[in-house]
Design a protein around this ligand. Sequence first.
Ligand code: AMP
Length: 595
Amino acid sequence: MSIDPAAELPFYYGSISRLDAEQHLKLAGMADGLFLLRQCLRSLGGYVLSVVWNLEFHHYTVEKQLNGTYCIAGGKNHCGPAELCEFYSKDADGLVCTLRKPCLRAPETPIRAGVFDSLRENMLREYVKQTWNLEGEAMEQAIISQAPQLEKLIATTAHEKMSWYHGKLTRQEGERRLYSGAQPDGKFLVRDRDEANSFALSVMYGKTVYHYQILQDKSGKWSMPDGTKFDTIWQLVEYLKMKPDGLVTVLTEACVNGKAEKTPSLPSNRPKVSSAGLGARYTPPPGVGDLPMDCSGFNPYHNPNDIKRFNIKRDQLLMDEVELGSGNFGCVKKGVLKLESGQIDVAIKMLKSDNEKLVKEEMMREAEIMHQLDNPFIVRMLGLCNAECLMLVMEMAGAGPLNKFLSSKKDTITVENIVNLMHQVSMGMKYLEEKNFVHRDLAARNVLLVNPQFAKISDFGLSKALGADDNYYRARTAGKWPLKWYAPECINYHKFSSKSDVWSFGITLWEAFSYGGKPYKKMKGPEVIRFIEGGGRMECPSACPERMYTVMNECWTYKHEDRPDFKKVEESMRAYHYSLSNKALVEEATAEAAK
Ligand code: AMP
């Protein structure tokens, strides 16, 4: 799972040194404007552009900005490394020359992974497993949905996993460890100092141990006094392995801590969210930085046997008077379900007692579908209870439907937040597509929020399970259908498939970026049909990023054969979600670190 936005560029070499970069450029002929891109060893997410001019090398640092854009000091901002290189290929804008010829990576030369790149996967898994007690599919889903935030979290604490990191240690004990065994120049260790946010680097040189302070500045960067600044401790160490940067010697050999062979433990005081470019840990205001996994709803089945329970006994349910919503069938009430493993908040869909057989059958069908689904981004059914009326018991998504939530919070919810939520919806829909289920009523009103960062698809009243060999469901008669959300083939031929759900996803995306606006505002159903048949599509909502409008339009491809499936849609949503740095969180963290 690479989230490096430069990974696709044929002139990107990954984590190579300046000397290696120069060697590649030499071998490629040293033409003016010959260039390559490599990973920056100092700043998280940054790059270095190496360019040849007049038989000389020029290296420009490309910094990732707090708002997620990239720029060379003093230059313009660009939304990604590819866009930046394209810009400088047309306009030197302060560089020695324009980028004229990419120094292409040979097919046998892989992108070189950085120290963190190779640790990342395992660290992410271990971290999610330990911190949230997640395993298997739930863990995979957590990692996919929150990779950027998790990576930042892990990056700022990665040094704790390194063999050279000795934790809290006195100067004397540090010296004792360095003097024991061989004493080569550059043998080193890093230890915590007594003061907060302060480390010490102890280095052997000429059989003497030297100690250097590593301090954090207000923006969260780490450095030795007057030294180069780094986002993380491990980057500083990696850099000092190549350059002394004021030390008596470059770092060579790690003085290995005694724990290196054992399973390293992860930091116990998990910061709720940490930010790239900021070593500081901080706790955001309640609700803002919650990861889905912070919520019990991410995996409510603490006891796996609980999942198997389909029939819920009445005395296991405590009913609240609070009504969460209503529909034709009756109402949805808040409640508590008592399980062997504890109590959980639930939503209870209650059938009106005087309801006819047909509605009861409908509810049973909905329960039958929900019973077969198990995904963090889909509301889970916990069971049915047949008492004073038929009750469908579901996990609780207490922050309500997405459209209402967004329209009431227009001023506070960021575009990044919406992208994150809609990416989760695409993950839930991809799961349905894989299981061969069609939802048939995907709309913002049917996306429920657990908290501002965690969405779940609900309302399976119209859903169908397709046969193994079928790729669509044909409705015999038209019903009370949400026409504005329906693809042309649903309306014209009553054919429903995952591809028609993709169309609905496009409308839902439009609703989300319109902050709960009503699609095709003044038009009535039949007018919408004529509008679509005539090639019309809704305009881009004012707050909607270009890339999200592109995804919407792809979802509204007329012919279902040409429309992307959810596998593709989820990829697009994921790429955009990953490419956005979590601007709001980073800015909050900057403010926090500056206090
Ligand atoms: P439905 O008929 O399934 O769309 O449910 C009607 C309304 O009840 C929804 O719009 C929600 O406001 C509320 N509701 C349904 N299911 C849940 C749930 N699992 N958690 C919280 N609220 C829910």
